[in-house]
Design a binder for this molecule. Structure first.
Ligand code: FAD
Length: 372
């Protein structure tokens, strides 16, 4: 685009979202550098999640989550096909196991239709059980477009696209700060084994759990415009035994997250999680004692869960912008109208459905920076 800068664009963070932003910028013919502090791509939030491709049922009308989840899903399946990345479009059942949850299914149904989610069906308990014997459900919603996918392979494909377009994904290279040039553009300081600085016209920050820290390292970024960070930990348990269902099984969401659900992963194993616990700082320990609470919850929709078959698996931490009693916030893509710097897009609160939405987040970021 220009010879004035070392790179047209620098993206901070090589998770699914940073890589998708890099890919979207590269598609516009820009030369991009993605800086990643870890030694490999996709080691942050993108490595500790459910790998579910969400339909987009739940998110409020007009929110970025509603728009970008549906758009992202529609972009994702063809991208996975084109790059030979494994997925199962297995579908999902949202199940009501008590009378009060039936009204909640009604609300999810209305929201799914408002969000333009394709193929939704309402099922009786008997219809749901015919699809998934062993399931306890008074009623259910079927979302046929939901699925699971190999998210790390997806990120490798994004990296490949960026590099094929002449860009670079630079590992072991933490973003340490940036100065803003008066006439536009940025001077980025990068650390690591070989500290350096590089200039760029556009800067996108997508560092997941470090979003607030990274924004605070941009000279002059208004502190009052950096949203408070909360960490929403979720743990998973794996079933030692045969996976009982083919489809994703979700009870209605809990406050603050979609809550513990069932998935039959790409390897055919049954995984349950994530719950939600607010923590002061990210930590990834899984307390085996939680198995009891998990078992009681799971038995509501799968009464046949055998005793002592849940094995502690892994944990992830959501980069949340809401505390336990706050209303659920939207993704935040903050541009010049918010912080005053042309050419800078700072992302905050990219929790679920960030993976599903990633390609659409990339497109949205590029449209906001460069126009349609
Ligand atoms: C428990 C859990 C379950 C989830 N399940 C799903 C799901 O099933 N489906 C779905 O759609 N979404 C899901 N999500 C959400 C999804 O995982 C995230 O929205 C998405 O992975 C965020 O990607 P990201 O690229 O923004 O962040 P990350 O993957 O965290 O990437 C940020 C990168 O920035 C790097 N970084 C940080 N600071 C710096 C720095 N100073 N310099 C350079 N690099 C830096 C980090 O090392 C990291 O690699 C889930 C999230 C959690 C926690």
């Amino acid at each position: 685009m220009t010879t004035e800068f070392d790179f047209d664009a620098v993206v901070v963070g090589a998770g699914a979202v940073g890589l998708a932003c890099g890919h979207a910028l590269a598609k516009r013919g820009l030369v991009v550098a993605v800086l990643e502090e870890q030694g490999h791509i996709g080691q942050g939030v993108s490595s500790r999640n459910s790998e579910v491709i969400h339909g987009g049922l739940y998110y409020p009308t007009g929110s970025l989550k509603a728009k970008l989840c549906v758009q992202g899903r529609r972009l994702l399946y063809p991208f996975l096909d084109a790059h030979g990345v494994a997925y199962k479009r297995c579908g999902k059942l949202v199940v009501a196991t008590s009378d009060d949850e039936i009204a909640r299914l009604d609300a999810i149904w209305d929201q799914a239709l408002a969000n333009d989610v394709e193929g939704m069906e309402r099922l009786t308990g008997a219809q749901a059980r015919a699809m998934e014997p062993g399931l306890n459900a008074l009623a259910a919603l079927l979302s046929p477009e939901s699925g699971v996918f190999a998210s790390h392979d997806y990120m490798l494909a994004l990296q490949g696209e960026i590099e094929a377009a002449g860009g670079a994904v630079v590992l072991g290279t933490p973003f340490e700060g940036a100065e803003v040039f008066a006439g536009g553009g940025f001077k980025v300081r990068a650390g690591g084994v070989d500290p350096t600085s590089l200039t760029c016209r556009l800067l996108v920050t997508a560092p997941g759990l470090s979003s607030q820290d990274v924004a605070g390292r941009i000279e002059g970024y208004p502190e009052s415009h950096i949203p408070k960070a909360y960490y929403g930990k979720g743990v998973y348990f794996r079933l030692s035994g045969k996976a009982p269902f083919q489809r994703l099984i979700y009870p209605p969401p809990i406050h603050g997250a979609l809550g513990t659900h069932y998935r039959n992963d790409l390897g055919g194993q049954a995984v349950f999680g994530p719950d939600l616990e607010y923590v002061a700082a990210p930590d990834y320990a899984v307390d085996p004692a939680r198995a009891e609470t998990f078992a009681a919850y799971i038995r509501k929709f799968w009464p046949g869960l055998p005793d002592d078959k849940l094995v502690p698996d892994y944990a992830g931490v959501r980069p949340k912008l809401d505390g336990p009693d706050d209303p659920q916030p939207d993704f935040q893509l903050r541009g010049a109208e918010d912080h005053g710097f042309e050419g800078l897009m700072a992302l905050f609160g990219i929790e679920s459905p960030g993976l599903t939405s990633s390609l659409a987040i990339g497109e949205e970021v590029v449209t906001r920076l460069l126009g349609a």
